[in-house]
Design a protein around this ligand. Structure first.
Ligand code: F3S
Length: 422
């Protein structure tokens, strides 16, 4: 790889052991993918240091101890416990304490300890053509497709990229990757994030690791709908970018989205394809334990919507309604009185984690010394195809997918209300 003098200084240890280690890792990554050189990045969304794995927290502390520092603005991905209100999710205090240790390491690294999968709603908003890195697939696809930034779906290398301000030039950082490979024309009129989540899930399964161009919308989708669309696409397939002509910068129309190549014959998507995703996640169940809203972590607009839906209502006995949002959004919502309205109905507003990321998952191996016992859940109701897939696959309990409005009806009535039911 061609390296600049500044990059060679890091690689050869003249910038200290932390940057040496980080640059060595990035050079290995770049060689593996045939990158000709590094690019300068402007933002990093990095690994949290997950409290369910002691070694993971210790790794972040070790980096801080060798004077690692973020070279660019950095936010931190979702964690295993709500660090303030861990009791609300039934997590043991030991888990929250460990997660707070990771937060301390991030403070020393100079990261904004957001512990969220939607750092953009918390103020991290990379602009068009900014090279960046992200450990979270939802963040990668939103930043590529809605903001026009350039990011791969990274792993721990995101930390190294943040420490050096560099990333190897490959994948979605290159123009050639940022062109459509399949065209989808939406004949339905999806409405709200849950419909868009199912639409994305359908498209993601069809496109694999290509770049879907999704067109034909009767109106411009909202930011929350685009967020849900991307999360759905990235969950059922390997895509990290979609193009909605007229929305995704700089693609003004379908022809531009294919970058001069022939426009392929479209695949049409009707309402039945969206409804099939809802139907796919409708498991047999005895009783409902948790209704969850806020996957990806809720935006300010979604918090307002949930508060309106719950005004004057009351959650049914025996059911918990979880609303997950970043602490930044939660704090803003608390100041505006929204959290008080949600809590008056009996909802729990939870930050830093989500059902999939907390101690519920049976497919991970919590350290027995932590005393974490995944609870037996009878069924979880969600309004996101991404959360639905993870609840079934990782928590391994029955899941029911519906819309946000119907999920609130479910929580208040104690009886599952499918999408579109009166
Ligand atoms: Fe975020 Fe958890 Fe959904 S990490 S995208 S709320 S599955």
């Amino acid at each position: 790889m061609d390296l600049t003098q500044a990059e060679r200084d890091m690689l050869e240890g003249r910038e200290g052991p932390a940057r040496e280690r980080a640059m060595k890792g990035l050079v290995q990554l770049g060689r593996a993918y045939g990158a000709p050189r590094m690019v300068e990045i402007g933002y990093a969304h990095i690994h949290a240091g997950m409290a369910l794995y002691l070694e993971d927290v210790e790794l972040m502390e070790e980096l801080a101890s060798i004077d690692a520092r973020m070279a660019v603005p950095a936010s931190v991905n979702i964690a295993n416990a709500d660090t303030v209100n861990w009791r609300a999710t039934g997590a043991p205090e030991s888990l929250a304490r460990l997660q707070r240790r990771a937060a301390g390491a991030h403070a020393r690294l100079g990261s904004d300890c957001t512990f969220t999968c939607t750092p953009y709603w918390a103020g991290h908003w990379p602009t068009w053509n900014t090279h960046m890195t992200s450990i979270e697939s939802t963040v990668t696809i939103f930043c590529n497709s809605v903001l026009g930034a350039r990011s791969n779906r990274d792993g721990f290398f995101a930390v190294y990229a943040g420490m050096t301000g560099r990333y190897p030039l490959f994948g979605y950082h290159r123009d050639e990757m940022r062109r459509g490979t399949g065209l989808f024309l939406v004949d339905a009129e999806p409405s709200g994030p849950s419909d868009f989540s199912c639409l994305g899930f359908h498209v993601g399964a069809a496109i694999g690791d290509g770049v879907p161009v999704v067109a034909g919308f009767a109106r411009r989708p909202t930011l929350d709908e685009l967020d849900a669309l991307g999360a759905g696409i990235a969950t059922s397939g390997g895509a990290s970018m979609f193009i909605v002509p007229g929305v995704t910068p700089p693609y003004a129309d379908v022809e531009a989205a294919f970058g001069g190549r022939d426009v392929p014959a479209p695949t049409r998507i009707g309402r039945a394809a969206i409804d099939a995703v809802y139907a796919r996640y409708r498991d047999a169940h005895d009783a409902i334990d948790i209704v969850h809203l806020g996957c990806p972590h809720a935006s300010w607009e979604e918090m307002k919507h949930y508060a309106r839906l719950l005004d004057g209502r009351r959650i049914a006995p025996g059911i918990e309604l979880w609303i997950t949002a970043s602490r930044n959004v939660r704090n803003a919502a608390a100041e505006a009185g929204l959290v008080a309205r949600l809590e008056a109905a009996g909802a729990k507003v939870i930050s830093d984690t989500c059902p999939m990321s907390c101690h519920f998952a049976r497919t991970v191996s919590p350290d027995p010394a932590l005393g974490v016992v995944p609870p037996r859940l009878r069924a979880v109701v969600v309004d996101s195809a991404k959360q639905a897939k993870y609840v079934r696959d990782m928590i391994q309990c029955p899941v029911l997918l519906t819309g946000a409005e119907e999920a609130v009806e479910t929580a208040c009535s104690g009886r599952f209300v499918p999408r579109g039911a009166p």
